[in-house]
Design a protein around this ligand. Structure first.
Ligand code: UDP
Length: 244
């Protein structure tokens, strides 16, 4: 990838966005008919699909938990989703993303309601352009609602990066590659309020002040994404109502 001389020019980013602007987002609920819940989501050039199965009885039995449902989350990148072909199958990065995303969902899914069951969340990246883990979490959250899984709220995810010494919301590939730092967040949002941070990772360095600013910026972006998640879900249920 070619390195631009500057990532910020006259307060604008190389794709024309302001510092606090998200990439365009598109959400389609119930994208796959075989899954219990599903979602197709675009966040800039990211294209991802989430499929949820369950709650269903967990097999083999030794994975069952008599007190709550087991949550499984699998993040996978298609070999054609990136510039240089990605070798198929799990790697360190996808195992890490699956682990932290699963832990974030464990904090919001009311898993105590479904002892001995498993809830499977699969996310597939068809095209990646930085922030694919955040796009996948946003899609998975909508797919869980579509599957009717009870949750304490929505999980909404966005990253903030530091590029050319300033903070930017929802970095794309060039900013992710050539920036100084990058923090993906996921928030638990309930009733239009951010309740808690369910995921926070950090790549690079920021000062304490910058991290505080980054949290503020991420919260603003997350509230905007949350509204889009809600609208997409409402649209689907309204259409279902109209079609009987
Ligand atoms: N990427 C890639 N090949 C890989 C992994 C990642 O080209 O094997 C690209 C892809 O565009 C991805 C970006 O690098 O979105 C940033 O990756 P990162 O690990 O930061 O995760 P993400 O930002 O996608 O959650």
């Amino acid at each position: 990838m070619f390195k631009p001389e500057k990532l910020i020019f006259d307060g604008k980013r190389i794709d024309g966005r302001t510092l606090d602007q998200l990439r365009p987002i598109k959400i389609e609920v119930d994208f796959l008919k075989r899954a219990d819940g599903s979602c197709y989501l675009e966040m800039g050039k990211n294209r991802v699909v989430a499929a949820v199965y369950g709650p269903r009885e967990a097999y083999p039995r030794h994975i069952q938990d008599p007190t709550k449902a087991v949550i499984r989350y699998r993040y996978n990148m298609a070999p054609f989703s990136v510039e240089e072909r990605k070798r198929p199958g799990p790697d360190r990065r996808s195992v890490e993303i699956s682990k932290v995303s699963k832990e974030a969902f464990e904090a919001v899914i009311m898993k105590e309601l479904f002892p001995r069951s498993v809830i499977d969340i699969f996310v597939e990246v068809l095209q990646a352009d930085a922030g694919s883990r955040t796009a996948c979490i946003n899609a998975a959250s909508v797919a869980l609602v579509d599957a009717g899984i009870p949750m304490k709220g929505m999980l909404t995810s966005v990253a903030v990066a530091k590029v050319d010494g300033v903070l930017v919301l929802d970095p794309m590939k060039e900013e992710d590659n050539f920036g100084e730092a990058d923090i993906p967040f996921a928030f638990l949002i309930r009733g239009d309020r951010i309740e808690s941070i369910a995921l926070l990772q950090m790549d690079g360095r920021m000062t304490k002040e910058e991290i505080k600013e980054a949290i503020k910026l991420a919260k603003k972006g997350a509230m905007e994404i949350y509204q889009m998640q809600r609208e997409a879900i409402m649209k689907k249920f309204l259409e279902e109502g109209e079609n009987g």
